[in-house]
Design a protein around this ligand. Structure first.
Ligand code: DCC
Length: 214
């Protein structure tokens, strides 16, 4: 089949037509009856480090040798900040950060908003704009904030700026997180890691505390 035929087939195949594109657009737009996100009364004070939600997490885990080691801090309202230094092992093109890696950093900083709301939620949808290349050794200044809640859905947005909090905007992301119970991880996780996590009283205490909202 010629490339031209292939392209035409793709356009006429219902599975790849624009329906999914418009669904994408609306899924990150809060509905009219969404409510503002609420900072939990026991949320860490602005400037306070959040710590890792799981020591082996690729994004924030302190015991994960291959991870990004993001160390997020609470911000004002329902927001968080973190700095992330792009290392040589994060390259996609010579001397430049891999886009998927940057998306991971955005996913992690957005996930950190859980601490501010005392909610357990996971990424349902993550949309990332890469606005300029990010060189190795750059410090990316990340911020994320929750913008709305609707039932179990949490709408949030994040930015990554190079060199400083007011530096050039390099990455931007919008996301929909979906609130889950601790059982989400128990049901879906691998037995050995679940058992190890459950044996850590700190992890269990935090996870259970997050299930009780004001
Ligand atoms: C110990 C401390 C740990 C703390 C743990 C913190 C971890 C943070 C780590 C960083 C973040 C991650 O990488 S988390 C890992 C990556 N993400 C995941 O693995 C999630 C995999 N996906 C799933 O498990 C599932 O699809 C869920 C949980 C997202 C949704 O499933 P569900 O529970 O059955 O709920 P469901 O009814 O489908 O959806 C609920 C509502 O959300 C909407 N919704 C769901 N998915 C989407 C979507 N992709 N795009 C638009 N909308 C969506 C639905 O339309 C619905 O809206 P309406 O009908 O109510 O209007």
């Amino acid at each position: 089949m010629s490339p031209a035929w292939h392209a035409r087939d793709r356009l006429t195949d219902p599975a790849v037509r624009s329906a999914s594109v418009s669904a994408t657009k609306t899924s990150l737009t809060p509905p009219d009856d969404a409510v503002p996100p609420v900072r939990h009364p026991d949320a860490p004070a602005p400037g306070e480090p959040l710590g890792a939600h799981y020591a082996q997490c690729f994004g924030c885990g302190t015991e994960q040798p291959h991870g990004l080691h993001l160390d997020a801090r609470a911000g004002e309202g329902v927001s968080v900040t973190a700095e992330f230094t792009v290392r040589p092992e994060h390259q996609g093109a010579p001397g430049l950060a891999h886009g998927g890696l940057l998306a991971t950093a955005m996913d992690e900083i957005l996930g950190s908003l859980n601490w501010l709301m005392h909610t357990i939620s996971v990424t349902g949808r993550l949309e990332t704009d890469f606005l300029q290349p990010v060189p190795v050794d750059s410090v990316l200044h990340l911020t994320a904030r929750a913008t709305a809640r609707h039932g179990r859905k949490i709408y949030c947005t994040a930015t990554g700026r190079v060199g400083g909090p007011d530096g050039p905007l390099a990455v931007r992301a919008d996301a929909l997180f979906v609130e889950v119970k601790v059982e989400h991880f128990v049901d879906h996780g691998r037995k050995d890691e679940i058992e190890a996590a459950m044996a850590d009283p700190d992890t269990v205490r935090r996870a259970r505390a997050f299930e009780v909202n004001p």
